[in-house]
Unconditional design. Sequence first.
Length: 222
Amino acid sequence: MDPTAALLTGLTVGLVIAMQVGAVSLLLVEAAVVSGARAGVAAGIGVATADLAFAAIAVAAGGAAGAKLASHEHEIRLIAAFALAAVAIAGLVGLIRSGAPAHGPTPHDPARDASAAAHYARFLAITAANPLTIASFAAVAAALSLEGSASAIAFVAGVALASTAWHVALTLAAGYAGRWLTPSVRRGLAIGGRIGVLAIAAGLALGAGDDLDVHPGPGTGR
């Protein structure tokens, strides 16, 4: 596969994986609605950074990564379920302790930059802790014939561009919508989002005995 084809493939794969509706998507939308567009965009870029790293690792490891992950399907689901449940429970505990309705940042809030950095780090960690994402990229990388480093770099660049574009667009839209919601509604959405993530984690744990679909798509549960 030449670099141009690799770039287009990376764009397609990155977009397909990024557009999955799952726990990360729920948390991203909730973060943008509750904390504002800037924090949401930072969170989305954190997810895209993890996607870039996972794609690079999958391309470097090639078929070996896919074979290794395929032999640990049960463990992958359980680890993903545990990581998502921990994130959801921590978020619910924080909301309960705060007591007050969640407020989005004001346009000139000096703490906004720090909040954006915290959201970036949080979502980078959340995505990095979920092995289902790298399983998806490993399955694709194993099926590709990337000729040389130029094609590999083009593929990874395509993944990064597609993931960044989608997550920025998603969080900007959610952040804009959040401006029209009351604090109590934003708080309700924050609680509902974390409960939704808990439900997804439970589904992963209950399905840990089934075969893991590591191909890009809703079956990965990202």
